[in-house]
Design a binder for this molecule. Structure first.
Ligand code: GDL
Length: 429
């Protein structure tokens, strides 16, 4: 029996969309794992999803989408196509309504049975024309969404509001006029997305969701940005699904994870979401991470890699603002070394040295992996980590030698340019 609880992957980030072969790999995984049942197609930079939402897919792109939908269904997963017309739609314009209908019909013709309409990250003011037709932004959203729901006659529709987290409601959900109106006006069967207290929510508390339910008059669907990294190219997240209790599942209608742009980084984040969904008794993210990492190693394309090395990698890039056990130890040891005389380094030096050895071994093995796509996905992260580690290592050597002035290795002088200038100015105080 298929569960009603929506759980799966949402390709909803900014940047290069995944390729067909990557999405097919994702479907393989999701079919194999417990707890995952849905894929939502919403890549911000698919032209026809957002910027050119009015245009129909050209033949070539359409046949790729058709293949995608069929492959998804073959794995018994639900496929949701999302359209994001909010950048420039005129809500009161019949022509725009007709464009929307034609686009949705095109997707129906290639087998899509579930839809979403997204109004995130758009100008939150109605045009002059629309202001004559609608007394509020919420009314415009509710009207067009309800109309689309009716047009879809029986197919499911999800909706992403413009205010989609606590922060955007100034942490006053009850007092937010837009959300209250939507709760009243939006057809009760239309699901509403919510990202938690923030756009990227490290924690989502059950109480905050209960409060939201009162306002939107239904259980929200979590659009989960915990492992999203499109807002900072130096970040990548290999850590487990965390910061949410099992009780949360009773209060939401589903959870869709919008993860790293780098496809191959998403094994642990998605695998552990599936584990979270099927877990009944107690949720231990660390345990899930260790278990998932043991499976992940299969995809690295180098048999010499060890589970320890993979877990070390994961620990360095865990989740937003958090490191795993090893990452925490290493940062602590570097902090100690930099702030204490050499005689007091003791175990901290050993921790650092052993990290350096393991990191170098990990990097060498990754460079030799046959899964080149995985390597390229991780390149920036491992390269920078290795460079910074080398920098500390040179400093340690210099300090221990007790000689003259520190000659910094090349890496730091090389990092120049407009962003570094900006950062210097902005963060100088
Ligand atoms: C967002 C965007 C999402 C993006 C994420 C992380 C939603 C509803 N929209 O605000 O496309 O990937 O932040 O940067 O989350």
């Amino acid at each position: 029996m298929k569960s009603n609880f929506i759980c799966g992957t949402l390709e909803g980030f900014y940047g290069r969309p995944w390729r067909l072969d990557q999405r097919l790999q994702l479907f393989e995984w999701m079919k194999e794992w417990d707890g995952m049942n849905t894929y939502m197609y919403a890549p911000k930079d698919d032209l026809y999803h957002r910027s050119k939402w009015r245009e129909l897919y050209p033949e070539k792109e359409l046949s790729v989408l058709k293949n995608l939908i069929q492959s998804c269904h073959k794995k018994e997963l639900d496929f949701i196509y999302a359209i994001a017309p909010g950048l420039d739609i005129m809500y009161s314009d019949e022509n725009d309504w007709n464009f929307l209908v034609k686009k949705v019909n095109q997707l129906r013709e290639i087998g899509c049975k579930q839809f979403a309409i997204l109004f995130d990250d758009i100008p939150s003011k109605l045009s002059d024309n629309d202001q004559n037709s609608f007394s509020s932004f919420a009314r415009a959203h509710a009207q067009i969404t309800n109309r689309l729901f009716k047009h879809l006659s029986g197919l499911s529709l999800l909706f992403c509001p413009t205010v989609y987290c606590g922060q955007m409601a100034d942490y006053d959900i009850k007092g937010n006029a837009y959300l209250n109106e939507l709760g009243e006006l939006l057809h009760e069967e239309i699901g509403i997305f919510w990202t938690g207290p923030k756009v990227v929510s490290v924690e989502i508390k059950v109480e905050s969701i209960k409060e939201l339910q009162q306002v939107i008059k239904r259980k929200p669907i979590i659009w989960d940005n915990l492992h999203a990294n499109d807002y900072d190219i130096r970040q990548i997240f290999f850590g487990p699904y965390s910061g949410r209790s099992l009780e949360l599942k009773n209060e939401v209608a589903g959870i869709l994870s919008n993860p790293n742009c780098q496809f191959w980084a998403n094994y642990n984040p998605l695998r552990t979401l599936g584990m979270f969904n099927v877990e009944i008794d107690s949720w231990n993210p660390r345990q899930a991470f260790l278990e998932s990492s043991r499976e992940w190693i299969r995809y690295f394309g180098n048999e010499e890699l060890t589970v320890d090395e993979i877990q070390l990698l994961g620990d360095c890039y865990y989740t937003q603002g958090q490191m795993g056990e090893h990452g925490i130890q290493i940062v602590k040891s570097i902090q100690w070394i930099l702030n204490h005389p050499t005689e007091e380094w003791n175990d901290y030096l050993d921790t650092f040295k052993s990290f350096e050895v393991r990191l170098n071994s990990l990097c060498a093995k990754l460079m030799a992996t046959t899964n080149r796509e995985l390597l390229y996905d991780f390149y920036l992260a491992i390269w920078e980590l290795r460079e910074e580690t080398e920098y500390v290592s040179k400093w340690v050597e210099w300090k221990q030698s007790g000689k003259g002035e520190f000659q910094s290795p090349e890496i730091v002088p090389r990092r120049k340019g407009i962003l570094y200038e900006f950062q210097d100015i902005i963060h100088s105080d």
